[in-house]
Design a protein around this ligand. Sequence first.
Ligand code: PHE
Length: 342
Amino acid sequence: MSDFLQKIEQVEQEARGRIAGAGGLEALEALRLEYLGRKGKITRVLHSLGSVSAGERPALGKRANQVKEAVSGLLDRRRGEMEQARLRDELSRHKVDVTLPGERPWSGSIHPLNQTLARINEVFFSMGFALAVGPEVEDDFHNFDALNTPADHPARDEHDTFYLEGGLLLRSHTSPVQVRYMQNNPPPVRIIAPGRVFRRDTSDASHSPVFHQVEGLYVDEHVAFGDLKYTLEQFARLMFGDEVRVRFRPSFFPFTEPSAEVDCLCVFCKGSGCSVCGQSGWIELLGCGMVHPNVFEAVGYDPERWTGFAFGMGIDRICMLLNDINDIRLLLESDVEFLSQF
Ligand code: PHE
């Protein structure tokens, strides 16, 4: 065997052995340089081809190239194996549990006041009432005078509100919506008017200078107090459940006569008396009454022909009752932790 052949076989043998025993990617890279680099062992053997006889050269050259290819292929295969092994190792060390739930995207929800209003609306819509809205900035006439509450009327004290320039004010109830509706629509009328209202009250657990009301108005011929009573009892049942108990208590409002206040048996103590109902066993739900003839006159309805009832309730109060909330201010501060419960 020629020296050349012996040399190339020996280099191949040696390279195969060392590649098989290489301990890592770096060692493998070093071997590639050692054998196939510019001054590598196989490269050098190939360079020495020039010194063999011209007759032997093709066969030896072919053999030498085969060795070069074989060693290069072997290096590539070992590198692939090592990279696979490293990946497997990495994966087994940082285990990923693909069955764990993902992170849920943040989602908003409907504010408890709006949830309560939606239920109130639903109850009255089911009884044939329609929705009416009006401005939050009002004038004396719509907020007071047309509602039989002239400037010197003592009932204005309870409705002290915020006064703006030009005789305007922030409405202290949504009754002015009813006035506006009657001015623009002939009877019969069956509406509810929800919205934000304002009073000059100091904030505490049950008072806020901003709160929310739904008022209702029913006008037709021959409307009786019995219609009012039935409608509001039905409302209480649909809102709080069949077992709810309500009572009507005589009261006073300038715009209704007779007037009443409706209480429901305290949902917390069932009537035995607790701190929520002030030991009375009853919770005030709303005010109501038969529309005063002066109101009909103020809006241009004939009080001899038309009769009607009206009522007004605080959405905040009902929302607190339904959800066991003990401070009205929680409903008006945008505390995400509180609101995310709903
Ligand atoms: N507007 C009254 C208030 O805010 C509530 C009410 C409305 C009472 C209709 C009777 C009839 O106090």
